[in-house]
Design a protein around this ligand. Structure first.
Ligand SMILES: N[C@@H](CCC(=O)N[C@@H](CS)C(=O)NCC(=O)O)C(=O)O
Length: 228
């Protein structure tokens, strides 16, 4: 049985990509949530991961004697391991586009990542409004995401980025969570896609589990008080 290690579901956007993909594709697995009590060498989080992962980060996948780390490597591994699930689009040019937008997300959108950290349970429109006003980098990142959504939904006709659900939607799911938490302004087509992603059973299951954690980690949310 495949083993999937995730951090707090409320916060771990990298883990969410893999978790949503496993759930949507109905890939049987055993899940372990490692509480992110800190990233220092003495944290329980790191202590537990030390024996399992060369990087000490989540997500992590263990399939028998094969260990895979880095979310991008994990989704590629799953696509290869379960070819019948068609986790990437089947048409070659579409698959190339899907890999491109996934790689773009894996490597970029630093401003959005830095200023709008994922916290699924939080609703912070007032924080989002200040970020939107002050952070040109966030506005530029959002503009690029909107451009990606618009291009792909137009080209493939929806409801997901490449028609049917694929790794690309799993990858952009945490982005949709950030948009919802901070209420960043989106044009109607992008907003409708965000809502469709939030309705996916795999996303709903992740969100429900994230909300049930009820585990506020101050270092993940420097702008938010415990009582907020
Ligand atoms: N590029 C990595 C990023 C993974 C990552 O940074 N995970 C965070 C939790 S969301 C983590 O484990 N951080 C521990 C650390 O930075 O030491 C991936 O795609 O898997």
């Amino acid at each position: 049985m495949i083993k999937f290690y995730t951090g707090n579901k409320n916060y771990s956007s990298w883990s969410m990509r893999v978790g949503v993909l496993l759930a949507q594709a109905q890939i049987a697995h055993e899940e372990t949530v490692l509480r992110m009590d800190g990233f220092g060498p003495d944290s329980n989080f790191k202590r537990q991961l030390r024996a399992l992962s060369p990087t000490g980060k989540v997500p992590l996948l263990v399939d028998g004697d094969t260990t895979v780390w880095e979310s991008l490597a994990i989704v590629e591994y799953l696509a290869e391991r379960f070819p019948e699930k068609h986790l990437w689009p089947q048409e070659r040019a579409a698959r190339a586009r899907a890999r491109s937008v996934v790689a773009e997300l894996h490597a970029g959108f630093g401003a959005l990542r830095q200023h709008c950290s994922m916290s699924i349970e939080a609703h912070l429109p007032e924080v989002g409004a200040l970020i939107w006003r002050d952070q040109a980098g966030v506005r530029a990142d959002v503009a690029r995401v909107v451009e990606i959504f618009s291009e792909l939904l137009g080209r493939h006709g929806g409801p997901m980025l490449f028609g049917d659900f694929s790794i690309a939607d799993a990858y952009y799911a945490p982005m949709c969570m950030r948009f919802a938490t901070y209420e960043l302004p989106l044009p109607p087509q992008a907003q409708a896609y965000v809502e469709r992603v939030r309705q996916l059973p795999g996303v709903k299951a992740w969100v429900d589990a994230a909300r049930a954690e009820n585990d506020f980690l101050a270092f993940e949310e420097p702008y938010r008080l415990r009582s907020a």
